[in-house]
Ligand binder design. Structure first.
Ligand code: PRP
Ligand code: ADE
Length: 237
């Protein structure tokens, strides 16, 4: 490992510890990591960097299960089973940690473009795009001003309301590989629209990823449209 790689690993470990610290005391963080609370305090506050051995242990321990547990600790359900996930989608450093784990777990190929839906998919999309060094494109429920050409996809929802997503036509080129992501998939209606936009763009979908699947309906709907891997960090019933 050269100096720059060591520094990157050390900073990644600090990012992991800061993420874990948000929902824990230093004593609890010490129980989770096996490291002394005093050292953890110095790492989290940026006064000292962990050595490379400690850093790699911390980073390697943060797999899918650890992130799924963390996600569960950060979301709230209301009485009707709707999810308040602002504790996750407002937390860009947390999402930055999700991207490498998702890529490894579901073996997504590195895409040219990460495609998502405004609004809540955008921060996850940005994290995934940054990890893959890909472009980010987000479809919106309204037309962006001054853009002349759009790909649009419309569908009538179970409620009877019509939903249309618009993507500036220049955002995806024919032949681009596209990873579709969203914070949450429930009915799969949004995924169907995003996958239709990718199809209209003559792009090649290489995967679908969501932080949260609520039930299986939406995931199955996405799987019926694409043969690419479709994965969720965690599934709620
Ligand atoms: O699988 P589905 O039933 O389509 O639900 C999932 C979609 O619902 C939410 O977005 P919402 O439409 O609430 O828009 P927002 O991101 O602007 O809040 C969420 O961010 C997904 O895009
Ligand atoms: N926040 C949310 N929770 C559960 N299902 C949803 N479908 C769309 N948004 C949702």
């Amino acid at each position: 490992m050269n100096r720059a790689e060591k520094a990157a690993l050390q900073l990644q470990a600090v990012a992991v510890l800061r993420m874990l610290k948000e929902t824990r005391t230093y004593e609890e963080l010490s129980d989770v990591t096996g490291l002394p609370a005093g050292d953890l305090n110095r790492y989290v506050n940026g006064h000292v960097l962990p050595g490379t051995d400690r850093a790699s242990e911390v980073v390697e321990a943060v797999g899918r299960e650890a992130l799924a547990d963390e996600l569960l600790a950060r979301v709230e359900f209301d009485d009707e089973g709707y999810v308040d996930n602002s504790g996750v989608v407002f937390d860009q450093p947390f999402l930055d940690l999700v991207a490498p784990v998702a890529a490894e777990t579901f073996e997504f190929e590195s895409p040219d473009v990460v495609l998502t839906a405004a609004t809540d998919g955008i921060t996850l999309g940005a994290a995934m795009a940054s990890f893959f060094d890909a472009r980010l494109a987000y479809a919106k429920k309204s037309k962006e001003t001054a853009v002349e050409e759009f790909i649009e996809s419309r569908q009538r929802l179970a409620s009877g309301i019509e939903l249309t997503y618009y993507l500036p036509a220049s955002a995806i080129d024919a032949g681009d590989t596209v990873l579709v992501v969203d914070d949450l998939i429930r009915s799969g209606e949004t995924q169907e629209l995003l996958l239709d936009i990718a199809l209209q763009a003559d792009a090649d979908v290489t995967g679908v990823f969501t932080l949260i699947a609520v039930g299986d309906e939406g995931m199955d709907r996405a799987r019926a449209i694409t043969d690419a891997p479709v994965g969720a960090l965690t599934t709620f019933e």
